[in-house]
Write a protein that binds this ligand. Sequence first.
Ligand code: ADP
Ligand code: AMP
Length: 225
Amino acid sequence: MIIVLLGPPGAGKGTQADRLSTKLGIPKIATGDVLRAAVRDGTKRGREAKAYMDRGDLVPDSVILGILQDVMTSPAAKKGAILDGAVRTVPQAEGLGTMLKEIGKKVDKVLLFDVDDEELVKRLSGRTVCEGCQTPYMGREPGSICEKCGHKLVRRKDDEPEAIRNRLEVYRRQTAPVVDWYRNHKMSVSRIDADAPVDTVTSRALKALGREKREEGRGKREVRK
Ligand code: ADP
Ligand code: AMP
């Protein structure tokens, strides 16, 4: 199953991609993680991407389509993939569709995580990420230790206020049209209200994927942040 996760920065795509990957047994592919590793390793791809990423601009489509071509044809993606932030422009959606068709596959489902701007800014300004496995955390100081892999938590350069503002604007201008593109191409798109506790959002996503009937916590009182 190939699932595309859409949504503005800070909507919780990375958080949910990790959980869905564990629940469904298919790998998460986050182009942001691939690019940050390339920057860290000083590869050609990383050198090309760095300035765009620091400003909060999108990296050129050719770079992203190169990454998607590598990962989607690799044995790791044989059973499918959860594409986290990997489709952010209409040309990327078209390019992915073409390359999948060539290998007899297609996007099976699009999940759109929806959160209002005020909450997004709050989340991004409070986010730290593991410099090893890239797990995002909330309410943990830089320098703390990642529970999953023991590496240090850091703040992302593009989680500074100016880059956050730019990323939200870039999302509206360049990525929001991708939702209509998928709808116009008869792809199944489910909008998920992602301004809810992490477990609730996971249940909503699983339900949209037809993997869980009832929303977790229903009947119980939900504890909101
Ligand atoms: P994205 O990948 O869409 O940019 P992340 O998964 O990195 O978003 O989440 C952004 C920040 O918000 C992280 O610090 C994460 O811990 C936190 N977060 C994720 N989901 C929720 C949620 N449902 N409620 C509150 N905070 C969340
Ligand atoms: P993320 O980790 O998903 O927040 O992505 C971090 C940054 O990587 C983005 O702000 C972009 O600069 C770049 N990036 C990641 N995925 C893409 C994509 N599909 N298209 C263009 N740029 C991307």
